[in-house]
Design a protein around this ligand. Structure first.
Ligand code: GDP
Ligand code: IMO
Ligand code: MG
Length: 427
């Protein structure tokens, strides 16, 4: 079957966009199935960086179908802004298809996200404040507004009136924040409806047809395993299912169609936002990683927290996602280190930990067990063949494969398309 998937194995920003862009060269269809504009996927084409948030990373080629599936939450203003930005660069979104079942992010979701975070004080999650959580909450609560509602104004107005009244009570009375205005939202969303109309369709039909016709379909994960609502470090997670199974529900495709699953592993660890991070380095090593890797959020510009590679996390991701291959990214960022540590286990109260702790107090009390490997102290960004990598670099990535039990599929040594070493051919 000609499908493949790219999944984040850590806390996001592993370089999924770059890996999708590379695999997309040979794909026919690229699909986003969850998340929203909390994602920031950087794709570098001819030294120009594109920061994609809602648009699938296949959009930079002009001959691929790009699908925004049902499980994605769509802020129409952001999406239209992205499309306009693309057009300004001489590219086009004409191949885009948007699910008529996807839920819409509304201004009250953003207001609630901001107010909820502020009210939590030190316990805040550190969300992107894009309204992601409140939008998914409405979907689960069965009061959300879907893309198809934009084209039935009676339904849209009724749902909007209900939500604005209800949300304004919460915003004003619970949080002491400003409410939102029904008339303004209505006018804006009527305009968005018109602008998005050419792209809206039943993506389930398009996707199933593509898969049945043996088209090469690539699923692009957003966020990552440790941010999964069920399996991540709850509550410091996002509100969707970034694991491989989430693509089945989110894109609307049976699980038997999902093959060739790549887990993207950044060669060290980062996290943006709050929550436990066992291998975090709040020291010079962490500073070095942040500066060498320019680890600042694509969307928010926030400094990312940094630490050593945690293979307890990647092992957990390997099982949850049934990974077929690893895509190791940003190996070049480690070029200057004399030695490198990788976490191969946790100890809790002196005992080895099996699996990944659910209780955050346990996780915080876990002590990482490190192995120290020699660095390669060579610039590897120009290397294109696996065998030409320095022996210590090969030893580092091979140890990752060994500990996680997942073979290497791709090794990435720079942000550009050509700075990629392919060890498998999927399509
Ligand atoms: P995503 O959210 O998983 O798509 O990752 P982001 O785009 O947020 O962050 C990854 C960053 O690393 C982007 O700036 C990419 O251009 C860049 N990148 C991806 N792969 C590599 C690599 O192998 N080496 C280097 N130096 N940068 C990379
Ligand atoms: P990509 O696809 C890194 C984090 C936020 C916060 C938590 C919840 O670029 O890897 P949300 O706004 O989703 O309710 O925030 O999840 N987060 C990400 N961190 N990369 C992302 O996406 C993220 N999307 C959400 O920082 O901690
Ligand atoms: Mg990102």
């Amino acid at each position: 079957m000609a499908t493949s998937m790219v999944i984040g194995t850590q806390w996001g920003d592993e370089g999924k966009g770059k890996i999708v862009d590379c695999l997309a060269e040979r794909a026919d269809v690229v699909v986003r199935s969850q998340g929203g504009n909390n994602a920031g996927h950087t794709v570098v084409v001819d030294d120009k960086a594109f920061a994609l948030r809602l648009l699938p990373s296949g959009i930079l080629y002009d001959n691929k179908t790009n699908i925004i599936g049902t499980g994605v939450v769509i802020d129409p203003k952001v999406l239209l802004g992205e499309i306009a930005g693309l057009e300004k660069e001489g590219k086009s979104a004409k191949t885009l298809k948007i699910s008529d079942r996807a839920h819409l992010i509304m201004p009250y979701h953003i207001a609630l996200d901001t107010a909820e975070e502020a009210s939590k004080g030190d316990a805040k999650i550190g969300t992107t404040k894009n309204g992601i959580g409140p939008c998914y909450a409405d979907k689960i609560n069965r009061i959300g507004i879907r893309v198809c509602d934009l084209y039935d104004m009676d339904v849209f107005k009724e749902k909007l009136a209900y939500n604005v009244e209800f949300k304004n009570k919460i915003l004003r009375n619970v949080y002491g924040a400003d409410g939102v205005n029904y008339d303004e939202i209505l006018v804006d969303y009527i305009n968005y409806a018109e602008a998005l109309k050419p792209y809206v369709t039943d993506t389930n039909i398009a996707l199933l047809k593509a898969v049945k016709a043996d088209k090469k379909v690539l699923f692009e994960g957003a966020q990552a395993t440790m941010l999964d609502l069920d399996h991540g470090t709850y509550p410091f997670v996002t509100s969707s299912h970034p694991i491989a199974g989430g693509a089945s529900t989110g894109a609307g495709i049976g699980p038997n169609y999902l093959k060739n699953i790549f887990g993207v592993v950044k060669a060290y660890a980062t996290r943006v936002g709050a929550g436990p991070f066992p291998t975090e380095q709040l020291n010079e090593i962490g500073e070095n990683l942040r500066n060498l890797g320019h680890e600042f959020g694509t969307v928010t510009g926030r400094p990312r927290r940094t630490g050593w590679l945690d293979l307890m996390v990647v092992k957990y991701a390997a099982g949850l996602n049934s990974l077929d291959y690893l895509a190791i990214t940003r190996l070049d960022i480690l070029d200057s280190f004399k030695e490198l540590k990788i976490c191969v286990g946790y100890k809790l109260n002196g005992k080895d930990v099996e699996g990944f702790p659910a209780d955050l107090k346990d996780l915080e009390a876990c002590e990482p067990v490190y192995e120290t490997l020699p660095g390669w102290e060579t610039d590897i960004s120009g290397i294109r063949e696996y065998d030409k990598l320095p022996e210590n670099a090969r030893q580092y990535v091979e140890r990752i494969a060994e500990v996680t039990g997942v073979p290497l599929g791709i090794v990435s040594v720079g942000p550009n398309r050509n700075q990629t070493i392919d060890l498998v051919k999927i399509f």
